[in-house]
Write a protein that binds this ligand. Structure first.
Ligand SMILES: O=P(O)(O)OC[C@H]1O[C@](O)(CO)[C@@H](O)[C@@H]1O
Length: 621
């Protein structure tokens, strides 16, 4: 007898598949009648390059020496043309100290002109959204994250007061926790020292990004995250807390209040509290929609505090709601400054002049670079360690918003914009080789931070050069190297990583996503595709329960009746799910679930399986 220790058979090697041709892309182009086929970006960019090439060929008639000289002259001309483009298109927000350089994206004036009606429609849609239109038609919801930083914009005084009161309440709660006025019941520390945030997706990514970007080196409360239903990951977080569990404020975040991963995280943490003899309720905080399962649990169990997540704020745009603001405030981050940065950026994004509207400029570049169908990926490269998680945060914001099967008119479009990235210059030693020389399927967004270190801390590690100068040089060098090989890039520059600039960056991308969604005519604010995976996961767990019941029945027989996989599937009335049944059994066997299998795990057909013990009670339930 052998217990199966996992899925032993090697999975079939996936044949390399050619990327799907994009019927939708050509469809879209056809639909877009004002867009002649000649619009194609490579042609236009060649055009820009060709003017230089023409100059080269007319001048390269001399000897080798003269040729070199002429080449140099031409290169200067090229750089001057680039410089003109840089200056012409550079966007600057003076108050925020934020710059947006789109000069290394090759859109033409004609393209901008042709896109103008679409932009005006997008601006109008955004205006309506801010006034409270049902901008998420599938879910019949308003979309109000812009009101969070300017409650006066909310369409009625009830919503305005909800926002203002929540902000006041969470600031007061945070002050009381940090000052020790609100304290854990049985901690030797006498005050909360740690936060354990339990949440997933939009209920984790914003707080994670902001903590990494802005938390001081010695925050009043340190933060950790449980953002998965991986038991080993959860154990690790709890183990790392050790005795400080008694001074840990557990913030459970879930808009719906019913996300399984978050529920599991909560149950695991509550178990750890019980085992440590601690009263979870006195250390638990819920951030969720009113009357959700989580809200009701927290209310009935008498948790320390509850804060609302509003119906009209989506998970991926919730960083400036209680979801992001409470953990940030508890870490000593100035959340009013974050909101101020968001507000200033929102104001800038309300102009209907594309070249003066930073979010529209981003959307313009995305459309140009990816042909409005996601034909190229967006690589996000912040050259600053503290912005490491910005790319991961943007991944959800952009991909969950833009990745849609249908457009607003019900046409199948399979839209998307793939986002990935990590940080520079680290990634120069990982995948930038491919970006420069390999498959041309991306455009880059550099995030540049001008300030290297706080004033007074810098030093020259070689004459005239600091460590930060190297980082700067790496960014500029990579930007140039990519451009010289026809790879497009956007550069967003901020003076420093501050609550204000981070708030502005979040607001910039939230708006860019909204505008881009309008340009490609999709609903950015729902996520129907995620439901399919959740539903399928639920079905797997339901099948597992049936498998266990069948095995239990056979194992309670005298003598025990080992079953083949076919027999299990048959008795579960799930012959079509035999592969899944094999996987369920293999997974249970790998986890000491009193399951015994005979046969070779490499040949599933030979396996016979039964339970190590019979649960008589379960037979009759
Ligand atoms: O906050 P909730 O309801 O737990 O949802 C978590 C995440 O799950 C999703 O609904 C789907 O991934 C995201 O949109 C959301 O941010």
């Amino acid at each position: 007898m052998a217990s199966i220790s996992g899925i032993c058979s090697s999975s079939p090697t996936l044949k390399h598949q050619k990327p799907l041709l994009r019927p939708t892309a050509s469809l879209l182009r056809k639909d877009f009648v004002s867009f002649p086929a000649t619009r194609s970006k490579p042609a236009v960019r060649t055009c820009f390059a060709q003017s230089v090439v023409r100059e080269i060929s007319s001048e390269l008639t001399e000897t080798d020496g003269a040729l070199t000289k002429e080449k140099k002259k031409v290169l200067e001309k090229d750089s001057q043309a680039l410089w003109r483009r840089y200056v012409d298109w550079l966007y600057q927000h003076k108050d925020l100290g934020l710059y947006l350089d789109v000069s290394r994206v090759g859109f033409t004036d004609e393209f901008v002109e042709e896109m103008e009606p679409r932009f005006q429609a997008a601006f109008k849609a955004m205006e309506d959204l801010e006034k409270g239109a049902i901008a998420n038609p599938d879910e019949g919801r308003m979309v109000g994250h812009y009101w969070l930083r300017n409650p006066k914009l909310a369409p009625n005084s009830f919503l305005r007061l909800q926002i203002e009161n929540t902000l006041e309440a969470l600031l007061k709660f945070s002050d009381d926790v940090v000052s020790g006025k609100i304290k854990p019941p049985s901690s030797p520390a006498g005050r909360f020292t740690q936060i354990l945030s339990v949440g997933i997706g939009g209920s984790a990514l914003g707080p994670q990004f902001v903590a990494e970007a802005l938390a001081p080196d010695v925050p009043p409360l340190k933060i950790r995250f449980i953002d998965n239903t991986d038991p080993a990951g959860i154990d690790h977080q709890i183990a790392q807390l050790g005795p400080e569990l008694s001074s840990t404020l557990v913030i459970v975040i879930s808009k719906s209040g019913g996300t399984p991963e978050t529920r599991n995280g909560l149950l695991e943490v509550q178990k750890a509290f019980r085992e440590a003899g601690l009263n979870f309720a006195k250390q638990g905080v819920a951030i969720t929609q009113e009357n959700s399962l989580l809200d009701n649990t927290a209310r009935i169990e008498g948790w320390l505090a509850r804060f609302p997540m509003f119906d009209w704020v989506g998970g991926r745009t919730s960083e400036m709601s209680a979801v992001g603001l409470l953990p940030a405030a508890l870490q000593g981050i100035d959340i009013r400054e974050m909101l101020a940065g968001g507000l200033l950026m929102d104001e800038a994004n309300r102009t209907t002049v594309v070249r003066n509207n930073p979010a529209a400029l981003l959307a313009l570049c995305w459309y140009w670079a990816s042909d409005g169908v996601g034909s190229k990926d967006m690589v996000v490269l912040p050259y600053k360690d503290s912005l490491l998680l910005f790319s991961r945060y943007l991944q959800q914001l952009v991909m969950e918003s833009i990745g849609k099967e249908f457009d607003l008119d019900g046409n199948r479009v399979n839209q998307g914009l793939t986002v990935y990235g990590n940080k520079g210059s680290t990634d120069q030693h990982a995948y930038i080789q491919q970006l420069r020389d390999g498959v041309h399927n991306f455009f880059v967004t550099f995030i540049e931070v001008l300030r290297d270190r706080p004033p007074g801390h810098d030093w020259e590690l070689e004459p005239g050069v600091t460590c930060g100068d190297y980082l700067f040089g790496m960014l500029q060098g990579t930007r140039s190297a990519l451009y010289s090989n026809d790879r497009e890039s956007i550069t967003v520059s901020v003076q420093d990583v501050t609550p204000r600039s981070v708030g502005a960056l979040i607001a910039l991308y939230e708006r860019a996503v909204g505008i881009y969604a309008s340009l490609v005519n999709i609903n950015a604010y729902h996520q129907p595709g995620v439901e399919a995976g959740k539903k399928a996961a639920g079905e797997v767990l339901a099948l597992q329960k049936r498998v266990l019941a069948v095995l239990n029945e056979a194992s309670c027989k005298e003598p025990v009746e080992p079953l083949t996989l076919e027999e299990v599937a048959d008795r579960c009335h799930a012959t079509e799910d035999i592969e899944m049944i094999y996987k369920i059994i293999a997974h249970m066997a790998a986890n000491d679930r009193a399951l015994i299998a005979e046969g070779s795990c490499g040949s599933p057909r030979s396996i016979k399986v039964f339970l190590g013990e019979c649960n008589v009670d379960a037979l009759y339930t």
